[in-house]
Design a protein around this ligand. Structure first.
Ligand code: MG
Length: 379
């Protein structure tokens, strides 16, 4: 087996919305394909796509990571059987001559390559990725999900919020998340009260502050909502300010979620060492694809387990079907779904759980929201 092509293209992900920190008016994302030729002469393709809310990282993939892999002897990246790519070897090969630290867009580019390789590993064994990760003789797992909605929309914000929350409940979600912390406290409290009223007790409400507040503002915000039934508050402060996390965890009972903007095992280690987070209630939201891929994620999970965390604490940032497969395969706590975003991601559901399905690999081609996005790469 030999890797014969690695291609990437940039998708326009622009939306007329804001989260608590940034506008989505110029957002992009990368989609990538890794194509292999088997020893029997068959061509097989593995696909990957970035989570939303960031920007494409194609230059790093095209100019640095992909050429190292394409120039290598296949023996340098195949597993012991010689029939499957080894994602740990590919990680080491692609990241050769890259200094440790500084985990920016390089982490996302590496995650694209890694994600496409895991898609291939499933396809080459004719198994869904969750079954590769879980091993044989296990039934199809169901993964608890939540719906991300309630972005700030300016005009008619509350009407649009109500429409989304009601549709999310109709789709079967028992937990939804909206944005919080971006507008003045009184206005935000009114918006959160309205969301709870619209949900009418049919789903729990979480709040995502997108790391936009100072520690003092976060204290004011958390105090202002302390009487409300909030499932968790996400990224109240800067993701790298571990002291601030520790202070909030000590002062407020509400569960905290964070980690989607930490892109390496080293950063995750520091969060767990110094952030004061509580395994009995808090959420670890590292993004699998944006953070170097599943090889890195498995390291983070193993280290966190050694530190007393459970897999149920892991709720990866979006990741679409890749994160769903990993959550199903590893038994993670919950999967984030954005049913009303630019890519209207709506996995098959049973009650309030998503079903990863039995399509080989990640199953992108079986999902109409993604099949067409990868068509531009298939030339
Ligand atoms: Mg978030």
């Amino acid at each position: 087996m030999k890797i014969v092509a690695i291609r990437e293209t940039t998708l326009d992900m622009a939306e007329a919305t804001r989260n608590a920190a940034v506008g989505f008016g110029r957002m992009t994302a990368s989609v990538a394909v890794v194509e292999v030729e088997t020893t029997a002469g068959h061509r097989v393709r593995g696909y990957a796509i970035d989570s939303p809310g960031r920007y494409a990282s194609g230059a790093v993939l095209r100019e640095r990571l992909a050429p190292r892999v394409l120039a290598a002897d296949p023996a340098a990246y195949l597993d012991a059987s010689g029939t499957l790519p080894d994602p740990w070897k590919i990680r080491a090969l692609a990241m050769r001559d890259e200094k440790p630290g500084g985990h920016g867009e390089r982490a996302a580019a590496m995650g694209l390559l890694d994600g496409a390789i895991w898609d291939l590993i499933g396809k080459l064994q004719d198994k869904p990725l969750w079954a590769v990760l879980r091993g044989p003789k296990l039934g199809t797992p169901q993964v608890p999900v939540y719906a991300t909605c309630g972005f700030y929309r300016g005009e008619d914000d509350l009407e649009k919020l109500r429409d989304e929350l009601e549709r999310a409940v109709d789709l079967g979600f028992d937990t939804v998340k909206i944005k919080g912390g971006a507008i003045d406290l009184d206005a935000d409290r009114k918006r959160i009260d309205a969301a709870l009223e619209y949900l009418g007790g049919k789903a729990k409400l979480a709040l995502d502050c997108n790391a936009t507040m100072t520690l003092n503002d976060a204290r004011l915000f958390l105090s202002a909502i302390a009487d409300l039934p909030i499932a968790w508050v996400e990224e109240p402060v800067d993701p790298l300010d571990y002291d601030a996390h520790r202070a909030l965890a000590a002062e407020f009972a509400v569960p905290l979620g964070t980690g989607e903007n930490l892109y390496s095992a080293a950063d995750a280690r520091n969060l767990l060492r110094h952030g004061g987070l509580r395994p009995e209630r808090d959420l670890l939201q590292f993004d699998i694809g944006l953070g170097h891929g599943l090889v890195e994620y498995l390291r983070i999970v193993a280290e966190a387990e050694d530190a007393g965390w459970l897999r149920e604490n892991f709720v990866p940032h979006v990741g679409y079907r890749f994160a769903l497969q990993v959550a199903a395969g590893l038994g993670l706590g919950r999967h984030e779904v954005g049913p009303f975003q630019r890519i209207a991601y709506r996995p098959a559901m049973a009650g309030a759980c998503a079903l990863p399905g039995d399509a080989p690999g990640i199953g992108w081609e079986a999902d109409p929201a993604f099949a067409s996005l990868f068509a531009a790469l298939d030339r």
